[in-house]
Design a protein around this ligand. Structure first.
Ligand code: ADP
Length: 244
């Protein structure tokens, strides 16, 4: 399996904004097949960690994926190293169809295909992504008419056609209905079988249902780490969450 040696290894990662320490030297190891959730109170530094790994926040220390150092790389170069992310607000092109959105995403990677090709020419990896995210039946609809959940799944599909092997998701179920949450959880489990997945999430019910491991951040540091049961039983975590 070509992905077998992929894992994320973060060491002493630090992000400072104008003297304010947002990420205070964290260590994090996430292997392929692990569906890791990153939780913590507002302002804990979760999004900044993802920003640092994807070249969107200035960082020191190390974040290696598949042996490639990501710290100090511009964001388009982290994408080339197989790193993909979503944002809290889905960024798809509303006027373009689902397929065209995937086409543009694929064109940004090493395996471009022309938007002018006939539908029968849709490459296998794009068909596979459509199937994985469950949007085959709406492939020719403009993304603007999709339901909220479907837009998020399209964005995940865009990471798949880019061949992102490290997938970082920022609050993927925010604003979703219960059934959309369940579908998203199953989607993340499928993606996690072959890719390294890190999910920033507030929703504890979603986390209990789908996380295979959890890292709790607090004030820019790792407060606790382990299985859902382990972190829930950790007095430090209880104190931070109940003390809010
Ligand atoms: P979380 O995702 O856990 O809610 P963030 O990573 O968004 O937390 O933010 C961590 C801290 O860093 C917050 O105090 C936030 O105000 C600060 N921060 C985030 N981005 C910037 C920035 N670009 N400039 C200055 N401070 C920032």
């Amino acid at each position: 399996e070509r992905f077998r040696h992929d894992y994320l290894e973060v060491r002493d990662l630090r992000v400072v904004f104008d003297g304010f320490v947002a990420v205070d030297g964290i260590d994090l190891t996430v292997t392929q097949g692990d569906l890791r959730f990153l939780i913590g109170p507002n302002g804990a530094g979760k999004t900044t960690v993802v920003d640092a790994i994807t070249g969107l926040a200035p960082a020191t220390g190390s974040a290696r994926f598949g042996g490639v150092e990501l710290v100090g790389r511009a964001s388009h170069r982290t994408a080339r190293a197989g790193v993909g992310r979503t944002f809290q607000t889905a960024s798809v092109f509303d006027e373009l169809t689902v397929l065209q959105n995937l086409d543009i995403a694929a064109g940004a990677s090493r395996r471009p295909w022309s938007m002018l090709r006939r539908r029968t020419d849709v490459p296998e990896h794009v068909e596979a992504a459509l199937d994985t995210v469950g949007l085959g039946h709406v492939r020719d609809l403009p993304a603007g008419v999709l339901a909220h959940g479907q837009k998020q799944w399209l964005e995940i599909g865009m990471l798949l056609v880019q061949d992102a092997r490290l997938v970082l998701l920022d609050e993927p179920v925010a604003g979703m209905s219960q059934s959309e949450r369940e579908q998203t959880g199953r989607l993340l489990q499928r993606i996690g079988e072959q890719r390294t997945v890190v999910v920033v999430e507030h929703d504890m019910e979603f986390l209990r249902a789908f996380a295979s491991s959890v890292t709790v951040l607090h004030q820019g540091s790792v407060l606790s780490e382990g299985s859902v049961a382990q972190v829930q039983a950790d007095p430090k975590v209880v104190e931070v969450y109940l003390g809010r």
